[in-house]
Write a protein that binds this ligand. Structure first.
Ligand code: AMP
Ligand code: MG
Length: 423
């Protein structure tokens, strides 16, 4: 199996019991050690949505390919336009989109032209249909028009040789169209990283199984599957792994053989970290962090074999927050995406009171909406427990208060990360 190119020397400081690691510092350490997928593949344009462009794509032609009319109307020589009063033009033909007009336009003549049709040689101006008076085989045109109006120049959108889509761009609908606009039918993209994921916990059951008293349905594998799919990797679902050394070792080995990255949930909090720690240390180089973030404090990161490893907390909201903040950007970096950061933040007035401790970054599930004056306002969905997954479904954004922030009174302007960026 092709492997990503690992970064140079991997050098983790194993923190015994570190102080809380700031979010920025954790992000920096992850970014410094993420492997990058080196392989590329060529795919039909129709399959290229959400893929990452592996090399600059240059337009081999001008777009548009020919100077053409932006309106239905009459094409003429701008020099013939009247400065004042009116002037008559003899209509010598018509040209539709997709056709050509084979003669050069003579002085004082006009050609009826449809939107998109190439301008006849000599013509440089189009007068809209609605602004002319047709009299037999002539049109009468008044003053006040500008030479060159209603014309799209060849190469106005892209010149031959221009970089149309830069290396590292995620192909979205606009890029699909841009690539099509110069006839590109195949595009070279980065191979999708394979990401293996599993849930850990003896208490977990899969939806569809029966659930005895005390058992918990595994929701993390479903949120992870959704987020991995949306970010554009190839997810490999390895199911539920029970809390024992041998099962964990086998699952990690299998994951490392098949995947470029591994994402697990559960088993990294202080209570259960010990055997997980030993197992991970035996298979790779993994650091266990306590991050100054809420929800989502414990996080393990490192390499298992050649695969990047993320051990996320077990609590379902913490899984989504840590994915959003750490795993998503790291996988985007792995795919070579140019700007792998989470969605840009907006500012909005917070109408809720938020309790906050200084010295950690807190993510509040919230709803961004317009107040009765039409201004953006954001309110907390209420309870903040990190097991309350339904609040993620109620919310459409996070309010993010950084380390320095303290409790927020209603009316304060806060930073908001809308979920449309939540991969
Ligand atoms: P842990 O980090 O393994 O101690 O788990 C913390 C909490 O999250 C416990 O209440 C677990 O039952 C819960 N939890 C862990 N994994 C999952 C999962 N895959 N789906 C739902 N809840 C989970
Ligand atoms: Mg557990």
């Amino acid at each position: 199996m092709a492997k990503p190119v690992p970064n140079a020397a991997v050098d983790f400081c194993y923190e015994g019991d570190p102080d809380l690691l700031p979010v920025d510092e954790a992000t920096r350490r992850i970014a410094a050690h993420m492997p990058v997928v080196g392989e590329v593949e060529t795919v039909p344009l129709t399959n290229a949505l959400q893929r990452i462009v592996a090399e600059d794509v240059i337009s081999p032609v001008d777009v548009p390919g020919h100077t053409n009319s932006a309106m239905d109307g009459y094409a003429l020589r701008g020099a013939d336009l009247p400065q004042s009063g009116e002037r008559r033009f003899k209509v010598v033909g018509a040209v539709l989109a997709g056709e050509g007009f084979d003669a050069a336009l003579e002085q004082g003549t006009a050609v009826r032209i449809m939107t998109g049709a190439p301008l006849p040689e000599g013509a440089d101006t189009v007068i809209m249909l609605e602004q002319v008076e047709v009299q037999g085989d002539e049109v009468v045109i008044g003053a006040g028009h500008r030479r060159g109006q209603n014309v799209r120049q060849a190469g106005e959108d892209l010149r031959r040789g221009d970089t149309a889509v830069k290396k590292g761009t995620r192909i979205m609908p606009a890029e699909l169209g841009v690539l099509a606009s110069f006839g590109k039918s195949q595009v070279t993209v980065v191979r999708r990283p394979r990401v293996a994921f599993f849930s850990t916990g003896n208490e977990l059951r899969s939806p569809g199984d029966s659930r005895e008293f005390g058992a918990v349905f595994d929701s993390n594998r479903y949120t992870l599957s959704g987020m991995l799919t949306r970010i554009g990797v190839e997810p490999i679902d390895l199911g539920i792994v029970s809390d024992n050394r041998e099962a964990l070792r086998r699952a990690l080995q299998k994951a490392a053989e098949r995947a470029d990255a591994i994402v697990t949930s559960g088993g990294v909090s202080a209570g259960d970290a010990d055997y997980v720690k030993e197992t991970l240390e035996a298979l790779g180089r993994v650091a266990f962090w306590k991050i100054a973030i809420r929800p989502g404090r414990p996080l393990a990161f490192g390499l298992v074999g050649d695969a990047a490893f993320f051990g996320l907390p077990g609590n379902p909201v913490a899984v989504m927050v840590t994915f959003y903040e750490f795993v998503g950007p790291a996988l985007r970096q792995m795919m070579g995406e140019r700007d792998p950061r989470p969605a840009p933040e907006l500012s909005a007035k917070c109408v809720s009171k938020l309790r906050k401790k200084k010295g950690r970054t807190e993510y509040y599930r919230a709803v961004l909406e317009r107040d009765d004056k039409g201004k953006l306002a954001v309110r907390s969905t209420g309870k903040t427990g990190s097991g309350l997954l339904h609040t993620m479904s109620d919310a459409n954004c996070f309010i993010v208060l950084d380390d320095d922030a303290e409790s927020v009174e209603p009316g304060t302007v806060v930073n908001v990360q809308p979920f449309f960026g939540l991969v």
